[in-house]
Design a protein around this ligand. Structure first.
Ligand code: GTP
Ligand code: MG
Length: 708
């Protein structure tokens, strides 16, 4: 395979809502470039891109596939991303490393949440973008409606370059070339003709509109346009090209992926007009100077995805940002500082791989079996400090507790999910030691289902999902006192300890009651991030606190992780030891430990204990149409609405919602909104629970037996 430099490489990602036709379009591109001799279909499960079984079973993309064509002196790297919202992480990783985002819009259903979500990411990365309205063959497709919608949602920068020549034809009218282009059945070529009379007027109008939008964004072209009254094709192309780079114009094309109409022309546009890697601004760096894609110079590559494949091992997909990457090279991983020796380098077409000797700056490649390199790592020449800014992935919106079906496979599970997280950082593992559960968080139920399948197939561990336990907290609301005497006579030696204790909420300084004089303070921080303050207020030596203060703290601590109310961790409590008694022979550390624990339980229970619950801040984004239903549903989840605002054509509701009410929310939201709603959430605070909710939790808690 030839080596393509930063002027002859194009990196594009097909993005957009699920089912808009991305995989089918990618297949047509491969056919047109001669990579395949016959187009596969998503229904038959024989496309180059959707080669994983999990994709074929569901007839949809789940992972971003990296494909490429060598066509007319250029290599086009095509990232076919999944549109289903669960796989957002795949889209973000792709947009991080491409130079053009191609928004595929279904001619019938138009702009949808998947499109909006991808638009936001492209905006964040400042990725040049264009639109490809697909399925022009469908009778219900409406080009006019789609254009209006695109301009309404994404602004007037959406510039029409083509329109369909009418349903039932295999032709389009291109108002940049001012030609009528036909795509014969089964052919890779296009037939270019003059625009027929009946389309002329409309084509002229669109042509002038396109010239005006191009001129508006370029002073030089604006002057030319005033002087000449028009722009040449080359001038238009150059203007479009520059405005794409600045994200001022977003060309709109039309096609039918399935019938291979318009695809050849689209590829030609990608070659001739879409941004080249050589012109892109340097990637944001976490360290080191900005780098331009020069093929001579020290090698720097960014790993945007790793993926374990059966019978192959782990692939690392990379984009070279500087220098040249060659087989056999030793590169340093910027994160681990370990050296990695690169084996054979590939250029991929789904699971097919072409071996290459080197990949130069601007291009995309893959290598297998690196020892310890993962998604988001930078590989660089040893001794340099380059590190590409890692991708930040969204918080989980869907969380399950994971248990193995077979006992004793916990280690295997831990290794498996750790590996999955290294590949796909949008899959998050939380080891919740407080509640002794392992949580797996992702972007939706299908995301987790796919993880489950991969754990079984790749890591040979069968798992089951369960509803996660909610991390409630216990605390007290008033001051209360208790006294406890531990006294036992067993055979010879006895046990004796007597403690009087005051317990109160830990808020501000201790204001001692008249009969208490604090002498000494010890503060412990619990593993779950709360504080317990112990105050020694023993006077006259009724307890020898130099000997027993430690044991008393230990005794209380035994019931901090499993609190007295319902067995949940205790937070922010002050414990004051103010009176007691000991025995010269029978008092020992154990006796004080037991007495302290029992006394604490009594004092805690007397101090009006309550449960606190975790509250999440949630933002729900939906089309206006579903406002009533979504608000109604939020009400049943004890939501407190903080605000509402319009985001483009959508409404965003922000609310505080107890975590216990959010189990499977993303699935419920989808069903309420016919898949058009999306939410994000993050921990906000702990708050008091309503009495009745608290009663339910306490009633279902397992009672812990306390033994003296
Ligand atoms: N009529 C018609 N159907 C199409 C066209 N393009 C794709 N389809 C069909 O639409 C369905 C979805 O196409 P895909 O290519 O899987 O869509 P996708 O965007 O890759 O979907 P995800 O992978 O889920 O994001 C399939 O049944 C295709 O055969 C088209 O131009 N015309
Ligand atoms: Mg697909």
């Amino acid at each position: 395979m030839k080596v393509y430099d930063a002027d002859h490489t194009r990196n594009i990602a097909l993005v957009g809502h699920s089912g808009s036709g991305k995989t089918t379009i990618a297949e047509a591109m491969l056919f047109n470039a001669g990579v395949i001799n016959r187009m596969g279909t998503v229904e038959e499960g024989n496309t180059v891109s959707d080669y994983h079984k999990s994709e074929q079973d569901r007839q949809m993309s789940i992972f971003t596939s990296i494909l490429h064509t060598e066509w007319q002196e250029h290599k086009i790297n095509i990232f076919d991303t999944p549109g289903y919202l669960d796989f957002t992480g795949e889209v973000i990783a792709a947009l991080k490393v491409v130079d053009t985002a191609v928004f595929v819009i279904d001619g019938v259903t138009g702009v949808q949440v998947g499109t909006e979500a991808a638009w936001q990411f492209a905006k964040d990365f400042q990725t040049p973008s264009m639109f490809l309205i697909n399925a022009l063959d469908k009778e219900e497709s409406s080009f006019e409606a789609r254009i209006a919608e695109i301009q309404e949602r994404f602004g007037r920068g959406a510039a029409v370059v083509q329109v369909a020549a009418g349903q039932g034809t295999r032709s389009i009218i291109d108002v940049l070339l001012m030609k009528y282009i036909t795509f014969p059945v089964g052919s890779r070529e296009m037939v270019v003709q003059d625009i027929p009379e009946k389309f002329k007027e409309r084509a002229e109008k669109l042509h002038n509109e396109l010239i005006e939008s191009i001129a508006e964004n370029d002073e030089g072209l604006m002057e030319l346009y005033f002087e000449e009254g028009t722009l040449t094709e080359d001038q238009m192309r150059e203007g479009l090209h520059k405005s794409m780079l600045k994200r001022e114009l977003f060309p709109v094309f039309v096609c039918s992926g399935k019938h291979n109409i318009g695809i050849t022309r689209f590829m030609q546009f990608v070659d001739k007009t879409c941004p080249r890697p050589s012109e892109m601004p340097p990637p944001p760096m976490a360290s080191g100077n900005p780098i331009m894609p020069e093929s001579n110079g020290v090698p720097v590559a960014f790993i945007f995805r790793t993926m374990a494949e059966e019978h192959v091992g782990e692939y690392s997909f990379f984009r070279v940002y500087h220098g040249t990457i060659e087989t056999g090279m030793d590169l340093e991983n910027a994160q681990t500082r370990e050296l990695e020796r690169l084996g054979q380098i590939y250029s991929l077409n789904g699971k097919q791989r072409d071996t290459v000797q080197k990949i130069v700056a601007g291009d995309i490649g893959a290598v297998v079996k690196l020892r310890n390199t993962h998604t988001n790592n930078t590989l660089r020449a040893k001794g340099t400090d380059y590190e590409i800014q890692p991708i930040s992935f969204p918080n989980p919106r869907f969380v399950e507790s994971v248990v193995t079906l077979k006992q004793g496979e916990e280690d295997k599970l831990a290794q498996g999910i750790h590996r999955l997280h290294e590949e796909d950082p949008s899959l998050v593992v939380i080891h919740d030691a407080d509640l002794r559960q392992t949580l797996l968080g992702g972007q939706g139920n299908m995301h987790l289902d796919v993880a489950k399948e991969r754990l079984l197939n790749q890591f040979k561990v069968a798992i089951q999902f369960k509803k996660p336990k909610v991390g409630y907290r216990e605390t007290v609301t008033v001051q209360a006192r208790a006294q406890y005497r531990h006294k036992k006579q067993t055979g010879g030696a006895g046990q004796f300890a007597d403690i009087s204790m005051l317990v109160e909420p830990l808020m501000g300084e201790f204001i001692p009651p008249a009969d208490i004089q604090p002498r000494n303070v010890a503060v412990i921080e619990t593993a779950w991030g709360s504080k317990i303050e112990f105050i020694d207020a023993i006077v006259g030596g009724v307890i020898d606190m130099r000997r027993f203060f430690g044991a008393i703290q230990k005794g209380v601590s035994e019931r901090l992780q499993t609190g007295p109310l319902a067995g949940y961790p205790v937070g922010d409590v002050r414990v004051v030891i103010h009176y007691g008694g000991m025995h010269a022979v029978d008092s020992n550390e154990n006796a004080f430990k037991t007495a302290a624990k029992m006394c604490f339980i009594q004092a805690f229970n007397a101090a009006k204990p309550v449960l606190l619950e975790p509250i999440h801040e949630v933002t729900v984004t939906i089309p206006d149409l579903f406002m009533g239903d979504v608000m109604g549903d939020l009400n049943t989840r004890r939501a407190r609405i903080l605000g509402m605002e319009s985001v483009g054509a959508l409404q965003a509701i922000t609310a505080l919602i107890p975590q216990s009410e959010l189990y499977h929310y993303s699935t419920d939201l989808r069903s309420i909104t016919q898949g058009r709603g999306i939410h994000k959430e993050q921990f906000h605070s702990y708050e008091n629970m309503p009495r009745n909710e608290q009663e339910k939790v306490i009633a279902s808690a397992e009672k812990i037996k306390d033994e003296e």
